[in-house]
Design a protein around this ligand. Sequence first.
Ligand SMILES: *Cc1c(COP(=O)(O)O)cnc(C)c1O
Length: 523
Amino acid sequence: MSSINQSGWRPTTPEKGESQGETFTGNRALMLEEPLIFEIGSTETTGVDFAEAPAGKSRLGGLERSKTIGLPGLSEPEAVRHYTRLSRQNYAIDLGLFPLGSCTMKHNPRLNERMARLPGFADIHPLQPVDTVQGAFEVIHQLAHWLVTLTGMHSVAMSPKAGAHGELCGILAIRAALDARGQQARKVLLVPESAHGTNPATAAFAGFTVEDIPATEEGRVNLDALKARLGDDVAGVMITNPNTCGLFEPDLKAISDAVHAAGGFVYCDGANFNAIVGRVRPGDLGVDAMHINLHKTFSTPHGGGGPGSGPVVFSEALTPYAPLPFVEKQGEHFALVEEETAGEHHAGSFGRMVAFHGQMGMFTRALTYILSHGADGLRQVAEDSVLNANYVLRSMEDVLDAPFAKSGPCMHEAIFSDKGLPEGFSTIDIAKGLIDEGYHPMTVYFPLVVHGAMLVEPTETESKATLDQFIGAFRSVAARAKNGEPALKSAPHFAPRRRLDETLAARKPVLAYKEPAQAEAAE
Ligand SMILES: *Cc1c(COP(=O)(O)O)cnc(C)c1O
């Protein structure tokens, strides 16, 4: 284990049988090691010089702190360097290609950021009088119009704050619609095996019973099995299209027809909409509700804590049950409708998803992205995302098993398995090897229907040159795995940290810092 010496840096101890690459400081070239802030700052020192507090009566009612607060004292340059060093250990979309699948957007257009920071959008308050925020409402209204048009649906709820939140919104609307028909007994939601984990979680959270629909050999929903399960207890289905195997579900219309005929509703997980935007309208496929991840398809940044935004589009049948509020254009004025209105629109609204109106900053970014592409540009987004993923698929299929390569072209992501790797080698070794090559690994071991899955989503924003370089690295690492090269088993070799015990970290996370002496005493 590393130890910390007095001046704060910690020399790393060479691992067994390995002395190469070790340095006196533990730093590697200009990549500096960085201990925890508690380890470098002393509680005895301080970076600020406060005047002695004047004596006076405490107004804390006996709740005064009894011990010192124990925060490390650092000077400004020390604090700045600490966080800058940590930030350099992050991999980011502004550094290089991010092959994660089921994730989409890998680009933050700077124009979006500029628009989102305009004071008229960034510095407003949700409780301001509506007459003072007409421009912001116009943005919400225009974006809503684009989303409804692109999906071929009837209405949209803008307030949900992420994909999973949107799923909950759609499923609550389905519940409200069924309850309004007196069909409380419809309690089962059918979810394909390959579904994103949020789908069954949402269904269960909303009080439904989740039942799996099996996949075909080709990685698609088994239509016959689905039809056979439909009945009076089924509320509907939750289907991702394109699905998590990166495949289009060509039977979605047939699925919707069968589900509707049996009295159920169709929820579509639209997180992968970037593969079909401008080419396919989910409304034409019989979808009743679908969330759109603005932070995936429409470029707003995600990862690192968001925020996300997950507007939900609704069919005519579900529109009366959609959540409040919504923005409505009344003549030249934009109004915020916050109460159920009689008649068709929102008469049976199930309530609200959030206190206010949704993520204004995300709306501004998404509309900026949409307007800068235009309708033809959005269509090209879909075409390029599919082209790029197929380029990766066809460039890799001779070195890695591609389980669905024979099912035809993939959509926006390419999937590989660990089949054919020698004993002792698996997906994790390829992922770790990619780190040494300067790439964040792809999504691994998901979806579960593929053994040792590697899911790569290049997105439409990567150039051919960037893809070629990635493919070169990916092929090289895959070949090393195929040849059973022992060094790959201990990759990454060049990262600030080697292989970590990820299972232990997930099962027994240590989230609070304890002084080494305290930690020892606790053991
Ligand atoms: C990302 C994703 C979700 C969840 O979206 P969040 O915004 O992360 O809540 C759901 N389904 C699929 C297919 C996704 O890719």
